[in-house]
Design a protein around this ligand. Structure first.
Ligand code: AGP
Length: 607
């Protein structure tokens, strides 16, 4: 959940490192720091809070030097302050780290007993002192770094440099990603290709257990045992994609409004709109032979998977077991030879999801992944990759990735239904045509922005909100609650509407708005009954429905957001937009940091 960068270059690196860190700030922004070597001296500047604070620190006290490392932090060990900010020093060693060293307490005690003094509360400082101890024992810098890395347990991506050698960077990867960038007489290390985009699109990704020795004109990768290994050097796609907000106030707003375009790009990858058939991209398994599909993901991606479950079971009659990855990875779900696993992840780096994938790998089942980052670890470790074509999603709250994940899941569910003999060609063509309409309906719904902003102003005054939905609107209710709480910090819960009377109805009073997501479908009347139960107890209802639903609702809602009538299969995709806009505008009224909400990070690469 942090971002790390290293450059061994031919010009002053501090400003270049800051530029790269700006592209990594979505990974965490509790503090940031840069260290360089100039004329043999090891120096650093660090600052608490956002990267702009580090930039100001460097304006006051610039750093020279043509080799350096940098870090933007999401705190795991130690409060987010300057003392705990990376880079961490130990005599002649400087280090930045992304991840968690699980045996750091034992190592810290060992090093203190050996006379080392710690200045921070971080696990990272342990690594720096371990390297120094290797140097004290007569090892070379490369040997000392390798010896230290071999002592570490847990997840880490590291960049290390040494006073006295301005042509040596050492990188290591075990879990969180680390890429080597190839420049012209310069070399780079970075958490991902986006960070290195200003310098190069020629990238080599390290695999778990790899460590690398990088100098200006050479790179040598080793495996955990120290044996030289070769890794593919590739041209990274999309790294030159310059990400900016355009004319929007926040990345999240921009990304919400990009959805008609990116949903259509994604659908077009899986559907042939001329024949109205599903494309037959290679699959790592045959839907026809599966007796069960296991799905696992986290957060918003999990909720996309949960909607996918409804589709796979309804259209393809394929039983789906779905669980959040932090539970799935330890649950030891029994999997058979006729099972397959599907993982959903925007970043493709989420530690819990990756661990669940590796459980399934050990169980020997075929693995597919829906990811937004093609070169991500989850993608590389899957047997089949289904990309979402959402483009880089910078806002920490996932929006366009979610609706693109739904687009992929809907296309796969239709394909599974065809391959399992539950869908005639005519029905396949109907569903494909209906899916092709999603971008148009999404565009129409974005025109409700002003009305939704008015509702959000009211929401920004309350402390609790309840979201209700049935069927595929139930996961949407949970997604609405997640969006609201993660960017506005208002407590919110998403519940199955039918569950209201089993407890949550005790919460209902005039102080807690109830947002009901209910397109007019075959169970709409059941949801109307739930709304009556709410109204009868003084609850204030905000209804998100369509014209038919608004006409059929017998309850006076304080506000009704009316969406166009649309085919059932695209409702979850299109109804996600008002839910996202409601959270976005509420957060804007609350004055929170919409793109980088407190305590969060875009990619949770630690468990
Ligand atoms: C989404 O709004 C959240 N920020 C978070 O729940 C996210 O969906 C989750 O961490 C999973 O991330 P991934 O899709 O990159 O795996």
């Amino acid at each position: 959940m942090c971002g790390i960068v290293g450059i061994v270059g031919n010009a002053p690196v501090a400003p270049l490192i800051v530029d790269a860190l700006k592209r990594l700030e979505y990974r965490g922004y509790d503090s940031a720091g840069v260290a360089t070597i100039e004329a043999g001296a090891l120096s650093r500047r660090r600052a608490e809070g956002k990267l702009v604070n580090l930039e100001n620190r460097l304006k006051d006290k610039p750093l020279g030097g043509k080799i350096g490392i940098g870090h933007t932090r999401w705190a795991t060990h130690g409060v987010p302050n300057e003392i705990n900010a990376h880079p961490h020093f130990s005599r002649d060693v400087a280090i930045v780290h992304n991840g968690i060293i699980e045996n750091f307490a034992e190592l810290r005690a060992e090093l203190i007993a050996a006379g080392f003094e710690f200045s921070s509360q971080t696990d990272t400082e342990v690594v720096a002192h371990l390297v120094t101890r290797g140097l004290d024992n007569g090892l070379t810098p490369v040997e000392a770094a390798h010896a230290a890395i071999r002592r570490l347990q847990g997840a880490f991506a590291l960049a290390i440099m040494f006073r006295g050698d301005d042509n040596l960077l050492i990188g290591a990867r075990n879990g969180p990603p680390l890429a080597v960038g190839h420049g012209d007489g310069e070399m780079y290390l970075g958490s991902d290709a986006i960070a290195l985009a200003p310098f190069t699109d020629s990238i080599t990704y390290l695999e778990d257990g790899d460590w690398v020795v990088v100098r200006r004109n050479e790179m040598q990768i080793f495996d955990a045992a120290g044996k030289p290994v070769e890794r593919r050097r590739q041209k990274s796609i999309g790294t030159s994609f310059l990400v900016d907000k355009g004319n929007h106030r926040h990345f999240m707003e921009k990304e919400i409004h990009e959805q008609p375009e990116v949903i259509s790009h994604t659908l077009a990858h899986y559907l042939d709109f001329t024949t109205s058939r599903v494309n037959d991209h290679p699959l790592p398994f045959s839907f026809a032979e599966l007796d069960r599909l296991a799905i696992s993901a986290c957060g918003t991606a999990y909720l996309a998977g949960l909607i996918g479950k409804y589709w796979f079971e309804r259209y393809a009659r394929l039983p789906v077991d779905i669980d959040i990855a932090s539970e799935f990875r330890y649950r030891e779900m029994p999997l058979t030879k006729k099972s397959a696993a599907l993982f959903v992840s925007q970043s493709g780096e989420t530690a819990d999801t990756l661990a669940s994938l590796r459980y399934c790998r050990r169980e020997g089942v075929p693995i597919a992944a829906i990811v937004n980052v093609r070169e991500s670890t989850i993608a590389r470790e899957s047997d089949g990759v289904f990309p979402t074509l959402a483009g880089p999603e910078i806002g920490v709250a996932s929006t366009k990735a979610f609706t693109c994940q739904l687009s992929v899941l809907a296309a796969l569910a239709v394909r599974a239904a065809v391959e399992r003999g539950h869908l005639s060609e005519a029905d396949e063509q109907r569903l494909v045509r209906e899916l092709s309409e999603a971008p148009r309906f999404a565009s129409q719904v974005l025109k409700l922005d002003e009305q939704i902003a008015k509702v959000a102003r009211e929401l920004s005054q309350v402390s609790h909100v309840l979201y209700l939905g049935r069927d595929t609107s139930y996961p949407l209710a949970m997604e609405g609650a997640l969006k609201l709480k993660e960017i506005s910090y208002i407590h919110a819960e998403g519940y199955a509407a039918g569950e209201l009377k089993h407890g949550p109805i005790a919460l209902i009073d005039e102080t807690m708005p109830v947002i009901v997501i209910a397109p007019h479908d075959r169970i709409f009347d059941k949801t109307v009954s739930n709304m009556q139960e709410v109204a009868a107890r003084g609850g204030r209802i905000i209804l998100i429905t369509d014209a038919e639903g608004a006409a059929r609702s017998t309850v006076d809602a304080v506000e009704t957001i009316v969406l166009p009538e649309m085919p059932e299969i695209i409702m979850p995709i299109v109804y996600a937009l008002p839910v996202q806009l409601l959270a976005y505008h509420t957060a804007v009224f609350m004055g929170t940091d919409v793109d980088q909400p407190r305590n969060l990070a875009k990619s949770v690469t630690v468990e």
